[in-house]
Design a protein around this ligand. Structure first.
Ligand code: GDP
Ligand code: MG
Length: 597
């Protein structure tokens, strides 16, 4: 295809503003998919993604569009993840396209992720077409929202396209705007091959599938290619495009986006942003490449049933095949036995992986307290990274500790502003900025990441009845007075419940945790003390009283089947518990105990 007839773009939006619905409509109206094959959210392929409405990997689709000028255009859409955990991945895939559709729900207006995502598009030098969605809703105020886009983002929204992705209204205008307003790609078909590795995923039948964007030259099936960053050399087995199903193609030229397979064993052998060229005739101007995405949140994953350890290893290895940003290493815990210390891009990423292990591999898990990475500066001048509070070295050798901080942007309607400020203050936040966009306030806070990882987002949603939106970026490390808090159940330390806390908050946090655990741990035949301690010093204490006597034996004495059912139920309940000394602690206690109300 000649360059003038190609348009490459992405769609940026806050979650739920209609990105996936618009993508579906574009695919449908151009006849890319036959009506009988049309199902909602075509691009969101994984189950969990479908349920939660998020897209984790970049997906692409090639659409052919006969425009009003009489020519047919090839439109390549790269759909990117919409959640803050994956912001860095979004910024990378934006480098592969020239333009963005900025979708804003006309009944809601600009939100925190609208801002974060559109700034990435601006940084990638995109031409941006504002699209006001959901104009079918009675609450839609397209003029007001267009003004807000100009005020808050600072781009021209006078010719924003008004649409309803739901009813299909305005979709032809979007297609025309893509052709007329977005620039066509540039590139030299006669130069040596230079292509960008946009993303990759593991397919059980095809091996690793690599999504590429060709900048210069041409690539064909059978070509011998080399990846300049990793040095890997491969023959191209298969070359194609997504429509959105895979379709083979003879050749991809400048400006085109497609996929290749090349007997690559694992996703780790591919590096997003790497330059792909011909082995023999190499490009002289490789791309700068990207830093790999680094995990920021760590937690332990242990099988509830220790016999399932090998199954867990297998599951984790398989999932890691497809996800280079998910890291793991073996961990042993005095209380939980063998498991894995895993690193994630954020809490959502953690939840997705945990859910997939439980669902797809049917393994019950104990997830320990999520922790961020602390920097421990030792007295001898060296620095260690702490991924697990249980590994905290002896304090006599420690000079000081640093913790990661974030810059958080929160948008919230006026009436909830007070609650949001209080929440941020409670989490040791420092206010950096506060401005208004209509009746919504935008506040910017500097917050410790560890105060955000457990339940900040849930709390924010609940104090604002779901009206606040949130986005963040990592800012760097800062010294603070941090200590390790241990929890003792029946006088035994439970390492999996150890957390790092700020010294000033330790008593409060310790008390809350002991109270929670008292509710979460079932009564036993004996009295159980539950304590929080720093060093050897107990700072909070609760006592779970003993159960009086076994009443079930009498109640169900006469009915054998009911008794059996009851026993089975108890057994199933037991399966999700772990024994610590003589005490059974239920699985959910490990996460729930850390949530702060
Ligand atoms: P995404 O998170 O940006 O991908 O948003 P989705 O495409 O999943 O849409 C979120 C919700 O808004 C879904 O329930 C859609 O059915 C709904 N929605 C999307 N576009 C429209 C629209 O134009 N009008 C109305 N009324 N609802 C819409
Ligand atoms: Mg979506």
């Amino acid at each position: 295809t000649d360059l003038k007839h190609i348009r490459n773009f992405s769609i940026v939006a806050h979650i739920d503003h209609g990105k996936s619905t618009l993508a579906d409509r574009l695919i449908q109206m151009t006849g890319t998919v036959a009506a009988r094959d049309m199902q909602e959210q075509l691009l969101d392929s994984m189950d969990i993604e479908r349920e939660r409405g998020i897209t984790i990997k970049a997906n692409t689709v090639r659409i052919e569009y006969p425009a009003q000028d009489g020519d047919t255009y090839v439109l390549n859409l790269i759909d990117t993840p919409g959640h803050v955990d994956f912001a860095y991945e979004v910024s990378r895939s934006m480098q592969a396209v020239e333009g963005s559709l900025l979708v804003v729900d006309a009944s809601q207006g600009v939100e925190a992720q609208t801002l974060a995502n559109v700034y990435q598009a601006i940084e990638a030098d995109h031409e941006i077409v504002p699209v006001l969605n959901k104009v079918d809703l009675p609450a839609a105020e397209p003029e007001r929202v267009a003004e807000q886009i100009e005020d808050v983002i600072g781009i021209d929204a006078s010719d924003a396209v008004e649409i309803s992705a739901k009813t299909g209204l305005g979709i032809p205008d979007v297609l025309e705007a893509i052709v007329q307003r977005l620039p066509h790609p540039e590139g030299d078909a006669d130069a040596p091959l230079k292509a960008m590795l946009v993303d990759s995923y593991y397919d059980p039948y095809l091996g690793v599938v690599v999504i590429i964007r060709v900048l210069d030259g041409k690539i064909k099936k059978g070509d011998r290619i080399q990846m300049l960053g990793t040095g890997g050399k491969y023959p191209v087995d298969r070359l194609g495009v997504f429509r959105p199903k895979m379709q083979d193609i003879a050749e991809l030229g400048p400006g085109e986006i497609g996929f290749l397979t090349a007997s690559i064993k694992q996703v780790r052998d591919t590096r997003v942003g790497d330059t792909i060229t011909h082995e023999k005739k190499q490009t002289a101007t490789p791309l700068p490449g990207f830093k790999p995405a680094q995990p920021v949140v760590f937690c332990g994953l242990f099988p509830v049933d220790s016999a399932e350890f090998e199954d867990l290893r297998d599951a984790i290895e398989k999932l890691a095949l497809n996800d280079a940003s998910f890291s793991f290493e073996m961990e042993t815990s005095a209380a939980l036995g063998f498991g894995f210390r895993c690193g994630f891009l954020g809490l959502l990423h953690l939840e997705v992986i945990r859910d997939r292990i439980e669902r797809e591999y049917d393994i019950d898990l104990i997830t320990t307290a999520p922790s961020v990475i602390y920097h421990i500066h030792m007295k001898d001048g060296t620095m260690q990274e702490l991924h697990n509070p249980a590994d905290m070295p002896d304090l006599t050798h420690v000079d000081h500790l640093e913790e990661p901080r974030i810059k958080a942007t929160i948008m919230v309607p006026d009436e909830y502003l007070g609650d949001v400020l209080k929440l941020c203050q409670d989490r040791r936040g420092i206010q950096l900025d506060m401005t208004y966009a209509g009746t919504r306030a935008m506040v910017v806070y500097d917050l410790p990441l560890n105060e955000v990882v457990f339940d900040f987002y849930d709390r924010l949603k609940s104090v604002t009845k779901g009206y606040a939106s949130f986005d963040y970026q990592m800012e760097g490390y800062q010294t603070d007075n941090l200590v390790k808090m241990q929890v003792l159940v029946n006088d035994e330390p439970v390492d999996a419940l150890s957390t790092m806390v700020h010294r000033d908050r330790a008593e409060q946090r310790g008390r809350a945790m002991c109270e929670k655990l008292k509710d979460l741990i079932p009564r036993h035949m004996f009295k159980i003390p539950i304590q929080a301690a720093i060093g050897g010093k107990v700072i909070a204490r609760e006592t779970l009283s003993a159960m009086r006597k076994d009443v079930t034996a009498k109640c169900y004495g006469g009915d054998a089947t009911r008794k059996k059912k009851l026993l089975e139920k108890q057994k199933a309940g037991k399966k999700r518990m772990r024994q610590f000394g003589k005490v059974d602690i239920p699985q959910e206690a490990f996460i729930s105990a850390l949530k702060m109300d």
